[in-house]
Write a protein that binds this ligand. Sequence first.
Ligand SMILES: Cc1cc2nc3c(=O)[nH]c(=O)nc-3n(C[C@H](O)[C@H](O)[C@H](O)COP(=O)(O)OP(=O)(O)OC[C@H]3O[C@@H](n4cnc5c(N)ncnc54)[C@H](O)[C@@H]3O)c2cc1C
Length: 390
Amino acid sequence: MRTQVGIIGGGPSGLLLSQLLHLQGIETVVLEKHTREHVLGRIRAGVLEHGFAQLMRQAQVGERMDREGQIHEGFFIAHGGRQDRIDLRALTGGKTVLVYGQTELTRDLYEARDRSGGKVIHRAQEVTPNDVNTARPYLTYRVGNEVARLDCDYIVGCDGYHGVSRQSIPQERIKVFERAYPFGWLGVLSRTKPVSPELIYATHERGFALCSMRSTTLSRYYIQVPETDTVADWSDERFFEELRARLPPQVAQGMIVGPSIEKSIAPLRSFVAEPMRYGRLFLAGDAAHIVPPTGARGLNTAGSDIHYLYHALLDHYRSGDDEGLDSYSEHALARVWKGQRFSWWMTTLLHRFPEHSPYEQRLQQTELDYLFSSQQALGSLAENYVGLPF
Ligand SMILES: Cc1cc2nc3c(=O)[nH]c(=O)nc-3n(C[C@H](O)[C@H](O)[C@H](O)COP(=O)(O)OP(=O)(O)OC[C@H]3O[C@@H](n4cnc5c(N)ncnc54)[C@H](O)[C@@H]3O)c2cc1C
């Protein structure tokens, strides 16, 4: 089989790139390791920045997102028993974010690919990029007992943090930067009305908490837990008791609790691999970088990679101009690192670090005091949260 762009991974990055290129008449094949049901069963991101939502519209998959997604003009930070609002719209000259679950947007992308006969091959095992340093790269993979070969002009690795693309690059050709945090986020999804119409990020001496949502009837709550904890350690009862203890009393009292329909622990890690290109293999999204979810940058940064790569491939196929492909890694990484900085800052500001001395705890408190006493500091937070320009 032959295509122009072979994409490894049918998550949001791979599907979005495939859909955008299809609309420009550029052929792609997506190789996805799991079933569609498995991909759609993953509960992950929920806050879309301005630029990501624009990209969805450009890909002609924004209709349901615009109908069902909720525009959020601000969010709260709860600290020291009080709640302060970050007015995103006022602080950024009119920008907002959109709350729309990753599961939903992935479904929209799958349906769009179906409608136009897009080729997404599920259960593709042992996907291997070959000859990426030549003009004729190809992918090999196996579905069931059948081994197949996909010839292409370019290969794009959109296969997430644990994928094969990054790992197929010789170690000496890639530099890795990383930081693991000594805690994770325990998340609970419940079919209840969210406690607040806007997100509440709470910092408390017992640890961080987040009240988020996927819709007006679906709540997503998180608490910071030690990295050694497991889901089995946390009954629903214990979870909600701990969550309430970390929230201001007036918020805790108003919370409607219900049984969890999903419960999982996500470790917190920052990771960047440089460069994001090796020969004709390009990395995009979580395959090249991940962030702790504080600040909601993960999916959004994946979106900015896709934006750069889409335009670079378009220039190549339309006019033979390879400047965008040659500068892709540099451009994408410049924005990736800004997302890393913001996620690190938000994580450091709001979590309890077991290794922090009383001095560092006071600095954290002072950082919060400063934030809420300075329009410039609030402006910087808001500017990053709604997403820096591509
Ligand atoms: C538990 C969790 C919670 C998160 N919460 C948030 C959040 O609240 N906010 C936020 O902004 N971000 C969050 N993120 C990050 C966000 O979900 C990711 O940034 C986003 O999914 C990146 O999309 P992607 O397509 O690049 O990678 P992925 O979504 O990881 O997709 C990669 C795809 O590649 C497939 N694949 C993997 N290996 C192979 C292979 N060898 N061959 C073929 N296919 C393969 C996988 O099955 C998957 O479908 C979270 C991530 C996790 C893991």
